[in-house]
Write a protein that binds this ligand. Structure first.
Ligand SMILES: *[C@@H]1O[C@H](CO)[C@@H](O)[C@H](O)[C@H]1NC(C)=O
Ligand SMILES: *[C@@H]1O[C@H](CO)[C@@H](O)[C@H](O)[C@H]1NC(C)=O
Ligand SMILES: *[C@@H]1O[C@H](CO)[C@@H](O)[C@H](O)[C@H]1NC(C)=O
Ligand SMILES: *[C@@H]1O[C@H](CO)[C@@H](O)[C@H](O)[C@H]1NC(C)=O
Length: 327
């Protein structure tokens, strides 16, 4: 009698904790343990999580580096839907986040430390009606948002709809990447450090993150599809063409791999040489009373932001389009 009471109590406790697990799903990514949210529609969302260290100060104008270790359980969720639920968005040129139906109230939070990733995954990742016998988890869709490389246009993309439409047979990943001055500044000095096209390298860092971590969410790293519209679609094309299409040429810790791409409403800006950007770079130095890159890296975030938003003026109102590929 007493034992059976204990047994029942233990069972009740177990049930409570498994309900708690279902309601507060956690993933241990090695560098951090994140807790997400189970939505009532059978989708779990984890947002925002870091996929790289904040690109601040010494890391500014450099390729993204591995995320910092975080201790304890990090909340990849916010308590209220009335606040911005995604990680802070990368600064754009003149902060032209257009008033658009895509951009909601609550107002968008912005920061230079903006390299965040969101994951939407079905409650159960057991079934996959499209899977072949050697499939190792669910197929993954990585959304690359648009914004012409001068801003982030869809930082609030909600992957829930695709997870639902797939009948719980897909995982959706979205992320922010650097744009404008922070993502596409160019000069001989930056070229020397191999720090051109940082926004595109951020995209590769996010894809590498998916390779390393998506299995923790039930995803199959061998079935990854990139998709996007506008410069997001352009990015799908550019990533496919990068390194002459031979991705074993990509260096360092770059493990950006994918199997398919959907490039919709493709936009690709003009290509220029590094030399064409030296004038713009020297104007930036002038505007900050800097004489080199080390000085630009030493500036406080708020100052560098003011400078960046003013940057457009220096270009006679041309949109700041520092975009160079594989130089
Ligand atoms: C995504 O959409 C679902 C269903 O409408 C909603 O419950 C969830 O809060 C949304 N997530 C975000 C981050 O807006
Ligand atoms: C791709 O690059 C690797 C490393 O440089 C090289 O070994 C390989 O032959 C290349 N593949 C093709 C198809 O060119
Ligand atoms: C910066 O630009 C201003 C305005 O064009 C000019 O007067 C000044 O000499 C420049 N300073 C430097 C250090 O080039
Ligand atoms: C740059 O230096 C000039 C002259 O010392 C000063 O007037 C100006 O405020 C400085 N600009 C910035 C952005 O610090």
């Amino acid at each position: 009698m007493f034992l059976s009471f204990l047994q029942r109590a233990a069972w009740a406790l177990l049930s409570v904790s498994s309900i708690a697990d279902a309601l507060n799903p956690q993933v241990n990514l090695g560098y951090a343990t994140y807790e997400g949210t189970s939505l009532s529609n059978g989708v779990k969302q984890f947002l925002p999580m870091r996929y790289a260290a904040p690109p601040l100060k010494e890391n500014r104008f450099r390729r993204a580096v591995a995320p910092l270790e975080e201790t304890g359980v990090v909340m990849a969720k916010v308590a209220k839907e009335s606040v911005w639920q995604h990680g802070p968005v990368c600064y754009g040129v003149d902060q032209i986040l257009l008033p658009s139906p895509l951009l909601p109230s609550p107002p968008v939070t912005m920061s230079e430390g903006c390299l965040y990733i969101d994951v939407y995954t079905p409650q159960s990742t057991e079934t996959d009606s499209c899977a072949t016998s050697d499939a190792n988890g669910l197929p993954v869709m990585i959304w690359i948002q648009g914004g012409a490389f001068v801003e982030q246009f869809n930082p609030n993309y909600n992957g829930t709809g695709i997870v639902e439409a797939s009948g719980g047979n897909a995982i959706v990943v979205t992320f922010n990447y650097r744009v404008g001055t922070y993502g596409f500044l160019a000069s001989g000095e930056l070229l020397q450090g191999r720090n051109l096209n940082l926004g595109l390298h951020d995209q590769r860092a996010a894809m590498s993150w998916v390779q390393s971590h998506i299995s923790q969410f039930g995803g199959d790293p061998d079935r990854v599809t990139l998709f996007g519209t506008s410069i997001g679609g352009g990015s799908v094309s550019l990533q496919t063409l990068a390194y002459g299409g031979n991705h074993t040429e990509a260096e360092g810790s770059d493990n950006a791999r994918w199997n398919a791409g959907i490039a919709a409403s493709v936009y690709i800006p003009s290509f220029y040489s590094v030399q064409d950007y030296e004038l713009q770079y020297s104007q930036l130095l002038n505007a900050t009373n800097c004489t080199d890159l080390a000085c630009l890296r030493s500036l406080e975030s708020t100052k560098s932001k003011q400078r960046t938003s003013g940057h457009r003026r220096f270009q006679d109102n041309q949109i700041f389009h520092c975009f160079l590929m594989a130089l």
